[in-house]
Design a protein around this ligand. Structure first.
Ligand code: PBG
Length: 329
């Protein structure tokens, strides 16, 4: 008779367990999203994202200082403009909230990598991620040049990476060309390559005031049932010049994260989205879950599934915990 495998021998105490942990989280893995609005003196909590705020640029500095102190390496900026228009052209203003925030970070916190969301939904009156045809459909090709100009305006303000989240076909090529033609060869493109039409974005739409005023995003974002199509989306974006590829949301799509990593061997990013954060916050407030443990387990799972980087509203809390644990032994 064979002896049974004593798997539990290597789980006996904290030391062996930590020594043999295959996946380790690090502060280097974290990207923190920030909502920047027009105006001054604004720091307003988003009700469906407890602990997350909208900041005007003047109020952002204190937050940036905290991010820097926690050694979070990167932020992802979303903008809320003063006024919106049908084509989202307000997003091109060199004095828009995102452009100003980029300049503030670059001037005062040059060690922080600045990534910007490139999309129209925060800037359009109708809330769709592209411009509309007369019949009210999202016009793919007419959207591309505005996205490319928006990316250029972020690069001109000093963005390190641009992250298009609109899901129009051909936008990576259009953005890459615009950046290269203007000598921004060093600006990287983080593509929201496999972005699903997900109900987990609910709280974000409150935060960024970008819910579509009619219809939904299903003609451009992906069907949650499709993993093979996700690989085709990612392949296309890599071919068009994406430097990093993202899967979004994260936890419900870890199979896609793994498939993308194994297939393409590209730097892979998982977006732990607003609804995923809100669910844990809500359950923790009810006393139904241990928030810290669930947060760390969730982030660890994303990394184990193949994510190199995680965009998460928990970045500050996770960094704080990692900092405390750093000298654990
Ligand atoms: C906008 C955008 C969305 C998110 C990131 N960029 C919302 C959407 O597509 O409706 C969601 C992020 C989150 O839920 O945290 N294109």
């Amino acid at each position: 008779m064979f002896p049974i495998q004593r798997m539990r021998r290597l789980r006996r105490n904290e030391t062996v367990r930590n020594m043999l942990q295959e996946t380790q989280l690090s502060t280097w893995d974290l990207i923190y999203p920030l909502f920047v609005c027009a105006g001054t003196g604004i720091k307003k909590e988003i009700s469906s994202l407890p602990g997350v705020y909208r900041f005007s640029v003047d109020q952002l500095e204190e937050e940036a200082r905290e991010i820097a102190a926690l050694k979070i390496p990167a932020v992802l900026l979303f903008g809320l403009p003063e006024t919106k228009d049908a084509q989202g052209l307000c997003s091109l203003s060199p004095n828009g909230p995102v452009q100003q925030a980029i300049r503030m970070f670059k001037a005062k916190f040059p060690q922080i990598l600045v990534i910007t969301d490139v999309c129209l939904c925060e800037y359009t009156t109708h809330g769709h991620c592209g411009v509309l045809t007369d019949s009210g459909e999202v016009d793919n090709d007419a959207t591309l040049s505005i996205l490319a100009q928006q990316a250029l305006s972020h690069a001109q303000a000093g963005a390190d990476w641009v992250a298009p989240s609109d899901m129009m076909d051909g936008r990576i090529a259009a953005i890459r060309k615009m950046l290269d033609d203007n000598h921004f060869e060093q600006v990287a493109v983080l593509s929201y390559a496999a972005k699903f039409a997900s109900a987990f974005y609910g709280p974000f739409r409150e935060a960024a005031d970008c819910a579509p005023k009619f219809g939904n995003r299903k003609t451009y974002q992906m069907n949650p049932g499709n993993a093979l199509e996700a690989l085709r989306e990612v392949a296309e974006d890599i071919q068009e010049g994406a430097d990093l590829v993202m899967v979004k949301p994260a936890l419900a799509y870890l199979d896609v994260v793994r498939a993308v990593k194994d297939t393409f061997h590209m730097p892979t990013v998982a977006y732990h989205v607003s609804g995923e954060y809100a669910m844990v916050k809500a359950a923790a407030r009810c006393g139904w879950l241990d928030e810290e443990t669930v947060m760390m387990e969730s982030l660890l799972s994303m990394k184990r599934a193949g994510a190199d980087l995680m965009i998460t509203y928990y970045a500050k809390e996770a960094a704080r915990l990692l900092q405390q644990r750093r000298n654990d032994p």
